[in-house]
Design a protein around this ligand. Structure first.
Ligand code: S3P
Length: 171
């Protein structure tokens, strides 16, 4: 089957849901942030600090395009959609899924986070504004799953069902 790309805003649970989903689907899971960190031997926050966001985005596109386009579950960084080429790639080569959660829920998860450069020292309004700006980008996904209020188990199940439906439809 074509690869699955899990996208969505920071804090929505892409990595956690991705790992549970990979077990269900029997697929290997890879995370673009983790691969970039391994390649550069630096944490994402240090890459932003030392090289800037633009450089990180270039690494993100390169990493995405080097991954297998079959039988792989790819969890992505929340900003992967800020480069249209990445959206086009995911949609062309696999199934792009948008994990949605209400911005209030997301903010609760991100509020005290110090590891994400785009959240650190940001006010709630600023983070929600970034979320709103990105919504039309995420909305280009083949499938949207609303995870608001769902447990990990139920969210994973919802994504699993959506993938089964997508696999059985002509595309
Ligand atoms: C980013 C999201 C992060 C990471 C980087 C930038 C973003 O990944 O790629 O800090 O621009 O939304 P997560 O979505 O896994 O936190």
């Amino acid at each position: 089957m074509k690869s699955i790309y899990l996208t969505g805003f920071m804090g929505v649970g892409k990595t956690t849901i991705g790992q549970a989903l990979a077990t269900k689907l029997g697929l290997p899971v890879v995370d673009t942030d983790t691969l970039i960190e391994q390649n550069m031997k630096l944490e994402v926050k240090d890459i932003f600090e030392q090289y800037g966001e633009g450089y990180f985005r270039k690494q993100e596109t390169k990493t995405l395009q080097e991954l297998a386009v079959r039988n792989t579950l790819v969890t992505t960084g929340g900003g992967i959609v800020t480069v249209q080429e990445n959206i086009d790639w995911m949609k062309e080569n696999g199934c792009m899924i948008f994990l949605y959660a209400d911005p209030e829920v997301i903010w609760e998860r991100l509020e005290n986070d110090t590891t994400r450069p785009l959240v650190k020292q940001k006010k709630k309004e600023e983070v929600i504004e970034l979320f709103t700006t990105r919504l039309p980008l995420y909305n280009q996904a083949h499938i949207t799953v609303n995870t608001t209020g769902l447990t990990l188990k139920d969210a994973t199940e919802a994504v699993h069902n959506a993938i089964k439906t997508w696999n059985n439809s002509p595309h």
